[in-house]
Structure formats: C-alpha cells, structure tokens
Design a protein around this ligand. Structure first.
Ligand code: URA
Length: 290
C-alpha cells in the first residue's frame, strides 16, 4: 500500500461515510450525500486548471458524447464530471488551489468509499500556464515544486511551520512522457517555482509595484535556472504538498510556457498563440488519459 492512511482525516470523513454526518463541500457547492457522487463512482482522474472556461472546454472535448454533469454552484470553482474524469477550476494562487484541492481530496475519498486501493488508481493533473526559460509553447512537467525562496511549501499549524514534500512522482512523469512519445509536443522535465504573486515574487518589473531592477531580475533568473528551475507559476507547491501528504502515487503538473522570462515580463502572445500554447498542455493530458 502506497497511501498514507494516518495522514487522512479519517475520524471526520469516516463519520460521513458511515452516514452519521454530512460534509458540505462548501466551495465546490456540493454535499457528501449528493446523488452526483454515486454517478462519479468510475472516477479515474481529476483534472484541475485555473480558469473556469478552460475546464469547461476540456470537459466538452473529453466527453465524447457522454453526459456532462456540472456541479450546481460555480461561484468559487467550476466543476464538470464526464466520462470518468472530473474537471475543476482552482482559481489563481496557492490559497485558492489549497481550498479546491482539499475539498476535491475529500470528494475522492467519499466517491471511492474510503478504499485506499481505489484511491491509489486516481490520477491528478494541473493543466496550467507559466513563465519559463524556453520558447513559449514548450510544456514543462514539474519534478519538484518549490516556493520563491526555493524551499518546499509550508503552512503554519498552531503558529509553527509545517513543511511539506515538494516532489512529483517520477514514475508517473515517465508514463506521461511515454504516452506522448512522437506526438509532436515538446516536453521538458524540471523544477518549478510556485510563487505567491504574479508580479513581486516572480520578480517582474512591469507591475504597479516593482521591487527589483532589470539587472537583479536577470541575475535571479540565471541563478534559479542554474538550480534546475524550468518554469515559474503559482500553484504547484501546494499541489505536491497535499497530494504527497495523502500519498497519491499519480499526479502531475503539466504547464505550458507563455513567456520566456529572460526576454521580458509581459505576456504579449496573441489570442491565437495563447490558445495554441495552452492546447499543447491539453494534448499532453489527452494522450495520457486515452
Ligand atoms: N503564469 C505565471 O504565474 N507566470 C507567468 O509568467 C505566466 C503564467
């Protein structure tokens, strides 16, 4: 068994499975007794992306004629279940992702009736965008997700720092690369910086507030590249942190690069270019799921 049962909040969740209480997954807008959970019993993957439009489009592409069940609420996150896959938006940044992810983890627990054998089979993906050091359109598979100080994600528990595991499962990344062999999308593997802001922690100098110079920014980029960082985004550290905490064996962040940060800060790609870059990450997902 791979999963870490002791790290799951079984005391709370098993009461729900035993019918003694109902869990309101408030931000997802669904309760643990919703009939939709039974409908999702064949769930094999959870696909997250920042934007609600993107998850809707991915669900439509994936449905292949199957019914698409939309979660009733979409004030915070939008979620669609179709053809064995749950697509859910996570918003921008780690606090937002941390809420979506915790509720999705509980949802998977309820859908799989707490069976570790069944949960281990579930794949998790973040399909995202990022800045990087390579040409836009390149897809980066995260091997390790670090915060802007190049340390693992941490939270304060009772006022004390709790650090989490930043690694992404190597064997699953290899499975993704194999599934995409010869399929025409350039994929690289590398470490990712997940920053707490788009401007300041990514050391952009085009924000309303700029706290470093162009020279300092370029030397930071050079330094992190030397340390194996291949892209910069805003959610991968918490994804690794929480999924490793439960011990899920199959998860990946598949992010396309929108802007080569050594050449500038602004995302200047046209709508068509942005679409084609994003589609690269989605192709990698589809080749893996198919
Ligand atoms: N998302 C980010 O967080 N940074 C970028 O540079 C592009 C997309």
């Amino acid at each position: 068994m791979i999963m870490k049962i002791n790290n799951m909040n079984k005391g709370f969740m098993d009461q729900v499975l035993n019918g003694k209480s109902i869990d309101a997954l408030y931000h997802l807008g669904i309760c643990s007794d919703d009939p939709l959970l039974n409908l999702m019993k064949d769930l094999r993957a959870v696909v997250m992306a920042g934007s609600p439009d993107r998850v809707k489009r991915m669900a439509e592409n994936w449905s292949q004629g199957s019914k698409i069940s939309k979660f009733p609420k979409d004030e915070r996150f939008s979620a669609y279940y179709t053809n064995g896959v749950l697509f859910c938006s996570h918003g921008m940044g780690m606090p937002s992702m941390s809420i979506a992810l915790q509720e999705l983890m509980k949802l998977v627990y309820y859908v799989k009736k707490g069976s570790v054998e069944e949960m281990e089979k579930v794949m998790w993906f973040r399909i995202g965008t990022s800045g990087g050091f390579v040409e836009p359109g390149t897809v980066v598979l995260t091997t390790q997700a670090l915060c802007a100080d190049l340390k693992p994600y941490k939270l304060f528990v009772l006022g004390k720092e709790k650090e989490f595991d930043p690694s992404y499962p190597e064997s699953f990344l290899e499975q993704i690369i194999k599934a995409n062999d010869g399929k025409g999308v350039t994929i690289i593997k590398g470490k990712t910086v997940g920053a707490n802001s788009f401007y300041i922690e990514q050391n952009r100098i085009d924000g309303g507030i700029a706290l470093c110079t162009e020279t300092e920014k370029l030397s930071w980029l050079k330094e992190i590249e030397k340390q194996g960082i291949r892209n910069i985004e805003m959610e991968t550290p918490v994804m690794a942190a929480f999924l490793n905490h439960w011990g899920f064996p199959k998860f990946a962040a598949i992010c396309c690069v929108l802007v080569n940060r050594t050449k500038g800060d602004q995302v200047k790609a046209t709508k068509e270019e942005l679409e084609s870059y994003s589609l690269n990450a989605e192709k990698v997902l589809l080749n893996t799921l198919s």
